[in-house]
Ligand binder design. Structure first.
Ligand code: NAD
Length: 467
């Protein structure tokens, strides 16, 4: 097994201590990760700060070349990165391979972008241009559901724009990020990428440091509040990609045989641990039984188990704390709804929960109102369309939503009424690297991905020249 180390100022070094990394399929530690000391966090920030001046002056084409070599390094290590992802995160090995491949796809997309200078006015008196310049050291903080892919939303645009980075993975999934650090240590100039790990104390240390010019955070809304407060003292720029509670609205003319398998796929992929997964389903009351029966049958057939096993479709919930959360919301839902056959917690070692549907849950139940971020979803009955729209818009989240029906005028009308950063029609979760993600309401601030996601790592600078 690897000796995992921090990357600070171009050097790989041990932590001041270490922490166990637990395989969620067995509940047993399988590796040790370094824990960064105060001094190491400080040196990582200092290294990013010191590297910034030279990196921002490095020609764009050279930064792009460096990014391309980073991409090649990941590609050459695909199998090992995927294996680590399965062991630390729990997802099936085929899905872990998919995560590495999508990471590469997104990084390659960014490597193809440019940051053009915009000419705003050019006349006899003046020439005015908008330049987009780098900010400084970026703290990139990622959660545990897609440890590698979510890094790829942040590092490539940050680096391409001329910033340096301190990357901090989640405490329960640090290994793929540390492995990434080891892969790039000799590729990027010292200090341009730093990778530090540790417990939840590392994040606040980064976000409160005045040398950090920007915080790019993906994680829960609760942590987003803390980060915004922490950023306030230094007016640090922020991009927050936060929690979601995506509703799926099934319209009365939907073909349930066709639609419900897709609802199942987009609710339970990655065992429900997807920011933009379907997390509550609104169904016309007369269609509840049939919708529930189709989902229940799919739940019963689902292959749940250790992601290293053959034919496994769904791995465990990623960590003990999250498992307890899913269990609490399952019990809340079960107290007011009907747990359909095929679902429920799995006894024995590992944080396993079968894909679970609870039908007839009232809209004010915690399973509907809160983000479960796990494989338990509520089916909520509605009686008229206006009520359904109100229910879908209830709560503080606004990451994404989907509308399912056959009348395109009606589905587009309803899409226009939903308070969400993305609304899909007759699909959910579809994404491309050039499609921006921006949460509405408490689901986020700022944009990731696409050209807009690249510009998030820049500052506008107007050059106004007399002619
Ligand atoms: P989390 O907020 O607990 O942790 C995310 C990261 O923040 C971790 O690295 C953690 O160590 C760090 N952190 C914790 N406290 C911090 C603090 N005070 N200051 C700075 N950093 C701190 O989230 P999680 O449980 O790891 O991830 C699940 C959440 O992430 C869900 O709510 C999910 O919806 C959200 N998520 C959102 C998106 C999106 O694009 N909107 C994508 C994936 C996940």
């Amino acid at each position: 097994m690897n000796n995992f180390q921090l990357l600070i100022g171009g050097r790989l070094e041990d932590g001041s201590g270490s922490m166990d990394v637990v395989n969620p399929a067995t509940e047993k530690p399988f590796a040790a990760a370094p824990v960064a000391s105060e001094d190491q966090i400080d040196r990582a920030i200092a290294a990013a700060r010191n590297a910034f001046d030279a990196w921002r002056e490095t020609p764009f084409a050279e930064r792009r070349d460096t990014l391309s070599r980073v991409i090649d390094a990941i590609a050459s290590d695909r199998d090992e990165l995927a294996r680590l992802l399965t062991l630390e995160q729990g997802k099936p090995l085929s899905a872990a391979m998919g995560e590495v491949d999508t990471t590469l796809e997104y990084m390659r997309y960014f490597a193809g972008l440019d940051i053009p200078v915009e000419v705003i006015a050019e006349d006899a008196d003046r020439k005015v241009e908008i330049h987009r310049v780098a900010l400084g050291p970026v703290a990139a903080i990622v959660p545990w559901n897609y440890p590698l892919l979510l890094m790829a939303f942040k590092l490539p645009p940050a680096l391409l724009a001329g910033n340096t980075v301190v990357l901090k993975p989640a405490p329960t999934t640090p290994l793929s990020a540390l492995r990434f650090g080891a892969l790039v240590a000799d590729i990027v100039p010292p200090g341009v990428i730093n990778v530090i790990a540790g417990g939840d104390e590392v994040g606040p240390r980064l976000t409160s440091d005045p040398r950090i010019a920007k915080i790019s955070f993906t994680g829960s809304t609760a942590t987003g509040h803390l980060i915004m407060a922490s950023a306030a003292s230094n007016l640090t720029r922020i991009t927050l990609e936060l929690g979601g509670n995506d509703p799926a609205l099934i319209l009365p003319d939907s073909d349930l045989e066709k639609v419900m398998p897709m609802i199942f796929a987009f609710a339970f992929g990655n065992s429900g641990q997807v920011c933009r997964a379907i997390k509550r389903v609104y169904v016309p009351r007369p269609m509840m039984d049939k919708a529930g029966a189709i989902l229940s049958s799919l739940c019963g057939k689902a292959m749940v188990g250790d992601g290293m096993g053959p034919d496994i479709q769904f791995g465990p919930v990623q960590n003990a704390q999250q498992y307890q959360r899913v269990l609490r919301l399952f019990e809340a839902g079960a107290s007011q709804g009907c747990v359909l056959p095929g679902g429920g917690p799995v006894k024995g070692a590992g944080y396993f929960f079968r894909p679970t549907v609870i039908a007839g849950v009232p809209n004010d139940n915690p399973l509907v109102l809160e983000e479960q971020f796990g494989p338990v979803i509520p089916l909520v009955a509605y009686d008229d369309m206006e009520e359904a729209i109100q229910l879908a818009n209830s709560g503080s989240f606004g990451l994404a939503a989907s509308v399912w029906g056959n009348d395109s005028t009606e589905t587009r009308r309803i899409a226009g009424r939903l308070d969400a950063g993305t609304v899909w029609i007759n699909k959910h979760g579809d994404r491309l690297p050039n499609l921006p993600i921006a949460g509405a309401k408490h689901s986020g601030i700022g944009v990731e991905l696409g050209q807009l996601g690249l510009l998030e790592y820049t500052q506008i600078k107007v050059i106004n020249q007399a002619i």
